[in-house]
Design a protein around this ligand. Sequence first.
Ligand code: FAD
Length: 801
Amino acid sequence: MENVMTSSQHQTRACDFLVAGAGVAGICAALQAARLGLRTILVEKEMILGGNGGPNLGVGAHAAMSCNPYWNEMGIMEEIEEHINWRQARIFPTNFGYNIHPLWDEVVSSLLEDAGVRILRRHLVHDCSVENGIIRQVKLLNIENLDHVDVEIDGHVLDATGDAFVAQLAGAAWRMGRESRDETGERSAPRQADDVISTASVTALVVDSGRPCRFEPPPGTPPWNPEKPDNHFNPRQAIHFLWQVDEGGESETNHSLYTPQELYLRLVRRIYSVWNYLKNIKFPKEAENFQLVWISPILGRRESRRIEGDYLLTQNDIEACRGFDDAVAFGGSYLDEHLPSYDGGYEVQFYSRPLPYDIPFRCLYSRNIHNLFSGGRAVGVSHLAFTSTRLMRTGGAMGQAVAVAAKLCQDKGVTPRELARDHIQALQQTLLKNDAFIIGIANADPSDLARTARVTANSVAALSRAQVPGRFADARTGVAAAIFAYGQRVETVRFYLRNPHAATTVTGFLGYGETPPIELLPVPEFVHNAGTGRYEKVAREKPVAASPDAVLEGALNPTGTKGWDEYYRRVDNVTRFDVVASENRDVPAGFEGWVEFHLENPQPFPPFDRAKSGQAVVVGLSGEVEILTAAHLVDVVEGLVGGETGWKMDLAAVPVFGISPDPVPGKAENLVNGKPHREGRAALNQWMSDPYQRLPQWIELDLGSEKELHELLLRFDVTERLWADMYLIKGDRVAKRLVRDYHIDVFHQGCWAKLVDEKDNYRRFRRHALPAGTSGNKVRLTVDRVWDENQPARVYEVRVY
Ligand SMILES: Cc1cc2nc3c(=O)[nH]c(=O)nc-3n(C[C@H](O)[C@H](O)[C@H](O)COP(=O)(O)OP(=O)(O)OC[C@H]3O[C@@H](n4cnc5c(N)ncnc54)[C@H](O)[C@@H]3O)c2cc1C
């Protein structure tokens, strides 16, 4: 038989953009780069794509959208999720979005291949040659047949291996472990730098097999420590992912990077251990029919090397919501750290839940290898900043940004550093055109004809409503509406009341409130104990000391009170406000109808501030009457209900009100204001048709004169208030509020011609190339159907080229 070792072949390839590692960062980058015309190679050592985010580990993709109302990272990451949901390549959408569906790889691969990406699976990046700080060649080993593939680099390399393997091979500067407080000034950094990193995990799946089944732990399975978190097993769910067990990270010799096999096997034993505990000890009856059917075939590494860029993003930047001129993406997930743990489940330290924050481009390339970009887990942020940037939707957005940067670097013949210095606007604008979102950056593309068009619609969503079907609520302790991003002086407000009692006096009021500032949780000191040889949390139960220094010393309260448990239940609203005007009105016995109040704010409301999650004008009423309430279909209004202990949010009980001036949040001009989405609760930035008129509804762009037309870009809305309401987690194939059927007509020489007729659309961002020779002076988009037929048309942007 032929000797495999001596039969290996040598091949040479060339590319503009080599992406090492097909986790979410690498996949988003490769897809974007190929779509922009770069010859792109994607190298992955495993057979299945996706890294931590693919079916080998199955973890769900979260970030700013999951933690903040109405945010959406958008871009390629969400496009992938749309295809996954539409193809139903999701095994079980709830349970934190874990997904090991075998079709995942098929869906993602076909997207990549359609774009022209050359995928090399089971290829390991194992060497590279560098000249004058530039990677000239990357050497791959085909793990299946030991062939060697040398890839000549005509442009750039993205290290998306998660572990910065390319950076290490190329001699790029990297770091690993925790920075000291002296270096970064971060409140949660240790006194001294060390090499502690977040733990690694494996995941597992248990299913209800429909009949009693036994589980006998393999010999030597350690007993589970019942004081440790045990995966919140819920026997009411037929399929259940055991989130993870964590280990490793506490010392260099125990980094998952260096001993992956040993660590993997230890973690598998932990899964046996926790499952034995859950099935046989904690839930012997409820888990009787449940069977352990799958353990992840790979070790889930959270953290390893980080490539040093020209800027190190820190916890301070994130918690202060600092803006950067070179922002190209954004994050917004918790700062939560998986500390090394020794005898059971996962130890998670929560530091804060930041508002969406900028990711500067200078964190996304190597400071000393001139054609090397960093992606995903390996970007240039501090250990503590990493605890938030590691999330997948952030990683995908950064990957997309890097791909656009690689294309511009090639076109302009500049290095990433020069691009950051001289061409950041070009980078931001190209990203926006490709469906990315950058906080505060609007479309300024001079070739987009829509920007100067006059826009009209046959209906728009206003705040004020004539009477709508609703239910009457007791107004004794107060019923109010919080209106976000109002911005104007209120003049009058009216409510629809019913008085089944004796004549009475009611109070109408106008208030202003803000969401409370983010809470910075006390910080434990996590230090090396020379006696045990381990890192341990100190002073765990001591009361919180008053001075910030003492807090940093390690006095803390147990942090288990904040965290994932609050993920869904978080009260994140304007439930405290100052009354700025009020008026009393008499309501006769037996009265039913509108009552108007003259409520003027003495001074203007504060302008929108991105460092606040929500700023709202509150209009409400209290008194011995009943007030008509109903869910409000315009997304800038939320309901508040007063009570003995204060105001609470109730989205279904918004008073039916009229307000003047009515700012018309869904106005037609929003379509061309350049903002591709709303920034959380800030202005809606979309055209929304009147929710009380039936579809079809249309919007028209008058271009002023006859223009040649080549391409139309459409951006619809899919974003629910919270991630928990999103189709991505609900198990729906498509977002309920998404436009389903639409058509586009162009007005040319006195008549309309239908050029696009789309049915069953499941995509938020659409590009339509128009037939060659198309010209016209008006473009009309008609929304014929939305997936939920009770919803209005919602369109964020139309671009015309
Ligand atoms: C257990 C666990 C739970 C998590 N939970 C969540 C969650 O709920 N939500 C969330 O958003 N994020 C979560 N994360 C974080 C998130 O999954 C990761 O940070 C993210 O997926 C990292 O993506 P990446 O593309 O940077 O790296 P990876 O996903 O690590 O991808 C790197 C890829 O590079 C390949 N590779 C490595 N070296 C080489 C080489 N030399 N040659 C070729 N290929 C190579 C790897 O095989 C891998 O496919 C979790 C992480 C873990 C471990």
